[in-house]
Ligand binder design. Structure first.
Ligand code: NAD
Length: 490
């Protein structure tokens, strides 16, 4: 993988430097060496990008194109992603430190995001409401310019998870990728142009969140902001967007429970608990990072987790045998390490990992880490660590499992392992989570509502929810005969 030396904005179908020429450096997480200078967007660059998107919306063919014609282009984008899947995955691995096998899976899912929303719009229909006197029909129209702000974990997949429904809906977009991982987004302009997306429908402004992202949120001509990132950032964005009453979709942080009852299939539950917290380097919003285990099974389960975690292969992200790669950035690595030190200070029992793996003296590497006997009062139990760190806590009975599961501000995902069908339903309805999986890990069905409750988010994406977000539904009422009109002043 030979990375480019510079990465520019993509505005109105052209690569552009920043108006003021500013750039920032971006490094890879293995060498921690700067590999490129990236255009650092300011409000002036956001203005240009929004103007290009607004003009493509007002006078371009995209918003008014027939669904089938738009779907053809979306499918061609998916073809383009698939054709470059290996390259995209290699770039993602280089830039983020994600293990290559997992980056390939994410690239495939990115293509699927476009295919799926191509299907959705072709099959779409809008409602009609009939009474004896009146017919109402719904006009569904794209909302306008959508601002898409994405994080550094699985950047390409998450960018496409927003781009696909926004473009499918007929919106034009300005994407602000995360500043630590700008590389994979630079595949998008070529792929989209080749697929036939009109100039100006896709615009990308790189830059620092508090500058470029904030300018996009504050821009009066951007009626929708779809944001994925930290809860604290989400709060800032909501405050800023309030001035223009923007439509917001907020996909925020998580600290999801994986609840294992003693009657569960322990082999599968162990595999799933490990995968749930250590896949994608643990840098995963839906990570099952709190593993709650029923007491009769607790000691054995902890021993198995510890033994397996110690064998997880940590190393070069580009090696296909690697299971955990390098954490994205030294700053993030330090944050994760500070939680490991905190766990030790809080007196949680460290049963695996907790430090750099042997033989990896540089790069942002952390061995798969497991803390047992984690108390709900500890900060490592309640705060999102966003790295390969699992917290294991025992419980007695269903009601304690539920109260422990709900003892954080977050509510993104939950995983329940039990062979008792009735209990599975009871716990699923009591756990405060936007998405719950029973006897399964995070297997997505793109039609289903994706999002969190409590501090994990606001609004839902996925399937029709995404289309609802990027469109306005307007109702037209038509009288079928003479309407009775009260005659004021007659
Ligand atoms: P972050 O909030 O720091 O940044 C996310 C994006 O927002 C980046 O592009 C950043 O530049 C931008 N940004 C930062 N400040 C901004 C501001 N004031 N105004 C506008 N934009 C701003 O998040 P991160 O560290 O990149 O990502 C990790 C977080 O994302 C974790 O909390 C994780 O749980 C969450 N996440 C959630 C989901 C989900 O679907 N719920 C998915 C993935 C990640």
């Amino acid at each position: 993988m030979i990375p480019p030396e510079k990465i520019e904005h993509w505005i109105g179908g052209e690569h552009r430097p920043s108006v003021d020429g500013a750039t920032f450096g971006v490094a890879d997480p293995v060498g921690n060496a700067e590999y490129a200078r990236v255009a650092s967007g300011s409000a002036a660059d956001v203005d240009r990008a929004v103007a290009a998107a607004a003009s493509a919306f007002a006078s371009g063919p995209w918003p008014s194109m027939a669904a089938r014609a738009r779907a053809r282009i979306l499918n061609a984008i998916a073809d383009g992603i698939e054709a470059r899947g290996e390259e995209i995955a290699a770039a993602e691995t280089f830039d983020t430190g994600l293990p290559i096998t997992q980056a390939k899976g994410q690239a495939a899912r990115a293509a699927e995001n476009f295919r799926y929303f191509a299907d959705v719009i072709v099959a779409a229909h809008s409602g009609a409401f009939s009474t004896p006197g009146q017919l109402g029909y719904v006009l569904r129209q794209p909302a306008g310019v959508a601002g898409l702000i994405t994080p550094w974990n699985t950047p390409f997949m998450l960018e496409t998870w927003k781009l696909a429904p926004a473009l499918a809906s007929g919106c034009t977009v300005v994407l602000k990728p995360a500043e630590w991982t700008p590389l994979s987004a630079s595949f998008l302009p070529e792929i989209m142009a080749e697929a036939g997306l009109p100039d100006g429908a896709l615009n990308i402004v790189h830059g620092i969140g508090e500058v470029a992202g904030a300018a996009l949120v504050a821009h009066p001509d951007v009626p929708r902001i779809s944001f994925t990132g930290e809860t604290v950032t989400g709060r800032d964005i909501m405050r800023s967007a309030a001035g223009h009453l923007k439509g917001l979709s907020m996909e925020l942080g998580g600290k999801s429970p994986c609840i294992v009852f003693a009657d569960a299939d322990m082999e599968l539950a162990t595999d799933s608990a490990l995968f749930g917290v250590f896949s994608l380097n643990g840098e995963r919003c839906t990570a099952g990072s709190r593993i709650l285990v029923e007491r009769p099974a607790y000691d054995t389960f902890v021993a198995r987790l510890a033994e397996r975690a110690a064998r997880i292969r940590v190393g070069d992200p580009s090696d296909p045998s690697t299971e955990i790669g390098a954490l994205v950035h030294p700053e993030h690595y330090e944050r994760v390490m500070s939680y490991v030190r905190l766990g030790v200070r809080e007196d949680a029992r460290l049963v695996a990992g907790g430090s750099r793996p042997a033989g990896l003296s540089s790069g942002n590497y952390l061995a798969a880490t497991v803390f047992a006997d984690v108390e709900p009062s500890m900060r490592i139990f309640t705060e999102e660590i966003f790295g390969p760190v699992a917290c294991v806590t025992p419980f007695t009975g269903e009601s304690e499992a539920i109260s422990l599961a709900n003892a954080t501000d977050y509510g993104l995902a939950a995983y329940i392992w039990t062979n008792d069908l009735r209990r599975a339903h009871r716990v699923a309805s009591s756990v405060e989570a936007g998405m719950t999986w029973v006897n399964s890990h995070n297997v997505r069905d793109l039609r289903t509502p994706f999002g969190g409750v409590k501090a994990s988010g606001l609004g839902r994406e996925g399937g029709q929810h995404s289309i609802d977000f990027y469109t306005e539904s307007r109702i037209v009422h038509i009288a079928k005969g003479d309407t009775h009109v009260p005659r004021f002043g007659a």
